[in-house]
Design a protein around this ligand. Structure first.
Ligand code: HEM
Length: 407
């Protein structure tokens, strides 16, 4: 119920958000019996919302901009200046089309093939020993991502690339030394990416690859992207592909902790997709997405004015009882039964794919997660005793043990 949005009594909630992470919004909504509340974060007034109704309102195209809606330190490591997420209107649609055009079925299948190859090459060293999936998966996905983009890992220090791309995700929601180390690695990564764009423009990048698409993309005025912007967008392809590793570790976690569901898992495509969707629904990744109001609107009696800051609780919405029965239960079959309530399934944002800011890499994420789930299923791993808890205030987390598997 969003009708009357209460105001929290605490003058500022920043420390509570840092302390409670994924549970910050839901705990307060549950306590207040609402689907939203007003508070301050970093002293700035903000309205926090959750649930499918709020998600539908949040994702009406053109209503909210992402500019001025994310803490500067998050923006610096994810997305960055001039990138697709910071754009609005015609310029946004044009840049977004660049990403969506990379998601053809052929290209998704190619990504799956590359992941299988890289996984198999690495898995040769695994047999008979115990491996920590959180450590093994980064290099596999980095090589997959580079090759998918049209970049040869052999000439591009994949170990350094992995270090940089992982640090950006790990450091985004951190403050202090962890964050500044990631910023330094980000600068090194941007220099490398600019060189990729320069070389692609000077030479002949493999046609049809994402690298070629970026190098030769034209904005609505017919101009090529500035080199630093094209470089930032290259990182916006590579970094999140490596980040899919967390969902892969969570998929293994679900196999380890949900024996009943695991018993019904097969490598049937629809089943793999449903398993991956249930992993994306329940496991923590991006807790919240921020927007700043561009076009004023009302939501169940509450007025949102221009420049108001709004945070949508993605994690809480995925577990909202208005969208799911027994929301806390891990049950892949719920995704086979039909389409979810509109706005109720938003692990990578909501709204339409063509416009708005919903993650354009969602289909690629699903494809890679399906392939990895099949590989994990085929590996028939066992889980040695370990700490299988998942931290609630590390954003985004790995399973506490790193997910150790015996193969
Ligand atoms: C945007 C999540 C994977 C590229 C987003 C947003 C979320 C998200 C929450 C913001 C939605 C909004 O602003 O409303 C995730 C998660 C992933 C993932 C959890 C799994 C690891 C990917 C992949 C790619 C990608 C694999 C590309 C290869 C992007 C881009 C945007 C975006 C370019 C900005 C889109 C825009 O503003 O129009 N993602 N994503 N993401 N994602 Fe992803």
């Amino acid at each position: 119920d969003i009708e009357s949005l209460p105001r929290l009594r605490a003058p500022d909630s920043t420390l509570s958000l840092l302390r409670e992470g994924y549970d910050f919004v839901s705990r307060r909504c549950d306590r207040l019996g609402t689907d939203g509340f007003c508070t301050r974060l970093m002293l700035r007034p903000v309205t926090c919302l959750r649930g499918p109704e709020a998600a539908r309102a949040f994702y009406v195209p053109g209503r909210l901009t992402r500019r001025g809606a994310m803490p500067a330190q998050v923006l610096a490591l994810l997305q960055d200046k001039g990138s697709v997420q910071t754009l609005d209107g015609a310029e946004h649609l044009n840049r977004r089309a660049l990403f969506l055009d990379l998601m053809s079925q052929e290209s998704l299948d190619f990504a799956r093939r590359l992941l299988r190859e890289e996984w198999r090459a690495t898995a040769r060293t695994w047999s008979g020993r115990e491996v920590t999936l959180s450590r093994e998966i980064g290099p596999i996905l980095t090589r997959t991502a580079l090759r998918w983009c049209g970049i040869d890992p052999a000439d591009n220090a994949p170990g350094q690339r992995e270090e940089e791309l992982s640090a950006m995700v790990r450091g985004a929601a951190k403050i202090g030394p962890g964050h500044w180390r990631a910023r330094a690695l980000r600068r090194r990564s941007e220099a490398w990416a600019r060189e990729q764009i320069r070389a692609a423009r000077a030479g002949a990048p493999p046609p049809g690859t994402p690298l070629a698409a970026l190098a030769y993309h034209r904005d609505p005025d017919g101009l090529a992207l500035p080199r630093d912007v094209a470089a930032v967008e290259l990182l916006n392809l590579l970094r999140p592909i490596v980040a899919v590793g967390r969902f892969i570790a969570f998929s293994a976690h679900a196999m380890a902790t949900e024996p009943e569901a695991r018993a019904s898992l097969t490598t049937d495509e629809a089943m793999l997709r449903a398993w991956g969707d249930e992993v994306r629904r329940l496991y923590p990744f991006f807790p919240l997405i921020g927007g700043r109001v561009q076009k004023p609107f009302s939501l169940a009696g509450h007025r949102f004015d221009r420049d108001d800051w709004v945070l949508l609780d993605l994690h809480g919405t995925n577990r909202h009882p208005a969208a799911w029965t027994k929301p806390e239960r891990f049950d892949p079959s719920r995704h086979l039964a039909g389409t979810p309530v509109e706005g109720g399934f938003v692990p990578q944002g909501g709204g339409l794919m063509r416009e708005g800011h919903r993650c354009p890499g969602e289909m690629l994420t699903q494809a890679l997660l399906s392939e990895a789930t099949a590989l994990l299923h085929e590996a028939q791993f066992e889980t040695p005793p370990q700490d299988l808890s998942i931290p609630r205030r590390t954003i985004p987390p790995w399973p506490a043990s790193g997910m150790r598997l015996r193969l």
